[in-house]
Design a protein around this ligand. Structure first.
Ligand SMILES: [Zn+2]
Length: 525
C-alpha cells in the first residue's frame, strides 16, 4: 500500500487532504490524473446503468436535506456505532474493533441467564434499579459458584419478596444494550478483559456510547434545533424523496429506476486503508422500483450488470468474490443482500453492494411526510408502494480496487520498473506522443501534428518531449498509459510510419500514419 500511495502522490493521482497543514484524517484530494481516472469510472458507470437503458432516470439531489428525511430513514435514530474512551490516554475506539466478539457473546449469555435468575427470584423496583446501577457488580457474580449465586439470591429474596413488572422491564431494557456493545455491562467486560490498544492500560474504560456518524450542521443564521441538518451519509434518500416528482414528470411504467452519483459523508471513528474508509466519499447508486412479485428476477438482472461493469473497468475476475449476507446480518428491512468483495492489499473487503430493500424507504417517507408515494398499475388495477432493489458502489473504493490491482513491479531490459496495468477504458491518458529528440524541429513539428490528430479523435492524449525517451516511457508506465507513439527520423525521411510501444510487453511496432486512428480504435474496443 505504501508504494501505491507514494506513486499516487508522486505522479499526481491522489494527495492527502489539506496536506500543507498536516492533513485532515479521512480526506483525500484527487490530482489531474486521479480525477481523469475517477471520471472515467463514473462515466462508464453512468453509461451502463443509466444512459444505455430505457428504464432509468438520472438525477442530482442536494447534499443538505430537511432533517425530517433523516428521521424517516432511520439515520437520526440508528446510524451509529458504539464508542468507548480510554480515560488514561483519551483515545476513542469502536467497541467491536477491540473486543473478542465470541468471548463477549459468551459472557453476555451468562449475564443474561443470571439476570433472569435474579428476576425469577422476585424483587422490587428498588432492587432492580440498584441492579441497573451496579450491573458491573452483578456481573462479578458470573464467576461465582452456583452455590454462592443461590446464596446471593436467597439474600435478595429475604429483603425483596415481590416481583415488580416495571423493574423487570428496566432490567430487560439494559439487556437489549448488551447486543449493541454499549451500556454498563459492556464497560464491565472491557475493564475486565480488554487492554487499551494505544496506551496499554486495562481498566480505565468509559461506558460505551452510541455515536452518530452523520456530520451535523445548522442551516441559516439561527442555531436552533429546527435549523439542524446533516451532510448526507448516503445518496439514496435524495432519490426516494424525489420518487413522486419523477412519477409526476415522466409517468414511468414499472419497473423503472432512479440513479445518482454524488458525495456522501460519514464521521468514521477510525479512517484507514487509503481511499477505503474515508469521511468524505462519492457513491453511485440506483434505486430500482419494482412489483415485489418479480423481485428475484430483477435482483439477478442487477447482479449481472454489476459484475459486467466491474470487469469493464478492468478489475481481474479472480479478485472478485460474491458474498451472500446471512439472515442475521441483513438489515431489518432487507430480504436479500449480496456484496461483491474485492481482494485489496489489506484483505477481502466490500466493493459493490446489492440489496433488496423491500418497501421500507418509500413507506417510511410516505408515513413521515404524509405524501402518498404509492404506484397505480394500469394493467392489474392494483395500487401499492413499490419495492426497491439497490445496487450501490463507492467511487473511491472502485478507484482503489483499480489502482491496487493494476500496480505492477517487474523488470524490463534488465531494469526494475513500476507500472499501472490500467484498462484503456479507465486510463487517464490513453496515448502519449513523443518526438524522439527534443532539439530537432522537424521531429517536434511532426509529433505535434500527430498529437493534434490523435487528441481530436481520442481525447486523453498527451504530448511529452521532456528528458530522454527512457525517462518518458517510465513516466507513462507509472501513470498507466497503454500506448506511446514515437516520431523518429525514419518517420520523416523514409515515410516509415511511427513506432507504437505497448506498455505491458514493452514491444514496439511500426504503424503507418494513415492507419493510426484505425489501429487505436481497434485496440480500445
Ligand atoms: Zn489508553
Amino acid at each position: 500500500m505504501d508504494s501505491i500511495i507514494s506513486l499516487c502522490k508522486r505522479r499526481g493521482f491522489i494527495y492527502q487532504g489539506s496536506e500543507i497543514y498536516g492533513g485532515l484524517a479521512g480526506t483525500w484530494d484527487y490530482g489531474p490524473y486521479g480525477i481523469a481516472l475517477k471520471n472515467n469510472v463514473k462515466n462508464l458507470w453512468w453509461k451502463r446503468f443509466v444512459s444505455d437503458r430505457e428504464d432509468m432516470y438520472g438525477m442530482d439531489a442536494a447534499i443538505l436535506m430537511n432533517q425530517k428525511a433523516w428521521v424517516a430513514s432511520g439515520h437520526v435514530g440508528g446510524f451509529s456505532d458504539p464508542l468507548v474512551e480510554c480515560s488514561n490516554c483519551k483515545r476513542r475506539f469502536r467497541v467491536d474493533q477491540i473486543i473478542d466478539e465470541d468471548d463477549y457473546k459468551e459472557d453476555v449469555k451468562k449475564f443474561r441467564n443470571f439476570v433472569h435468575l435474579y428476576i425469577d427470584s422476585g424483587e422490587t423496583k428498588k432492587a432492580a434499579n440498584e441492579a441497573i446501577d451496579k450491573n458491573y457488580k452483578i456481573s462479578e457474580f458470573l464467576s461465582l459458584s452456583e452455590q454462592k449465586k443461590k446464596d446471593f439470591l436467597n439474600k435478595v429474596n429475604e429483603i425483596i419478596p415481590i416481583a415488580n413488572i416495571a423493574a423487570i422491564e428496566g432490567i430487560l431494557g439494559q439487556i437489549e444494550k448488551l447486543e449493541s456493545y454499549s451500556g454498563k455491562f459492556a464497560r464491565f467486560y472491557l475493564n475486565q478483559k480488554v487492554t487499551c490498544p494505544s496506551c496499554g492500560v486495562k481498566d480505565k474504560w468509559s461506558e460505551p456510547r452510541q455515536f452518530n456518524m452523520m456530520f451535523r450542521t445548522t442551516v441559516g443564521a439561527v442555531e436552533s434545533e429546527d435549523a439542524v441538518s446533516y451532510l448526507r451519509p448516503e445518496t439514496a434518500q435524495g432519490m426516494f424523496v424525489n420518487f413522486k416528482n419523477i412519477m409526476d414528470s415522466f409517468h414511468p411504467k414499472m419497473p423503472f429506476g432512479i440513479a445518482q452519483i454524488g458525495k456522501a459523508f460519514r464521521n468514521e471513528i477510525a479512517p484507514r486503508d487509503f481511499l477505503f474508509r474515508v469521511r468524505e466519499f462519492e457513491q453511485m447508486e440506483v434505486e430500482y422500483f419494482i412489483d415485489p412479485k418479480n423481485w428475484e428476477k430483477y435482483f439477478d438482472m442487477w447482479e449481472k450488470i454489476r459484475m459486467d461493469w466491474c470487469l469493464e473497468i478492468g478489475l481481474p475476475k479472480e479478485k472478485i468474490h460474491i458474498r451472500e449476507h446471512a439472515a442475521e446480518e441483513l438489515s431489518h428491512y432487507s430480504k436479500r443482500t449480496t456484496d461483491i468483495e474485492f481482494d485489496y492489499p489489506f484483505g477481502q473487503k466490500e466493493l459493490y453492494g446489492l440489496a433488496y430493500r423491500t418497501d421500507f424507504d418509500l413507506n417510511a417517507h410516505s408515513k413521515n411526510s404524509g405524501v402518498d408515494l404509492s404506484y397505480f398499475d394500469e394493467e392489474t388495477k392494483k395500487r401499492f408502494i413499490p419495492h426497491v432493489i439497490e445496487p450501490s458502489v463507492g467511487v473511491d473504493r472502485a478507484v482503489l480496487a483499480i489502482l491496487t490491482s493494476a500496480y505492477v513491479e517487474d523488470e524490463m531490459n534488465g531494469e526494475k520498473r513500476t507500472y499501472l496495468k490500467l484498462a484503456p477504458s479507465v486510463a487517464p491518458i490513453k496515448i502519449a506522443v513523443f518526438p524522439l529528440l527534443k532539439n530537432k524541429p522537424e521531429l517536434v513539428k511532426k509529433a505535434e501534428e500527430i498529437y493534434v490528430i490523435l487528441k481530436k479523435q481520442f481525447g486523453a492524449v498527451e504530448f511529452d518531449d521532456n528528458g530522454n525517451i527512457g525517462k518518458r516511457y517510465r513516466r507513462q508506465d507509472e501513470i498507466g498509459t497503454p500506448f506511446c507513439v514515437t516520431i523518429d527520423f525514419d518517420t520523416i525521411e523514409k515515410n516509415a510510419g511511427v513506432t507504437v510501444r505497448d506498455r505491458d510487453s514493452g514491444k514496439q511496432e511500426r504503424v503507418s500514419e494513415k492507419d493510426l486512428i484505425k489501429y487505436f480504435s481497434e485496440k480500445f474496443q
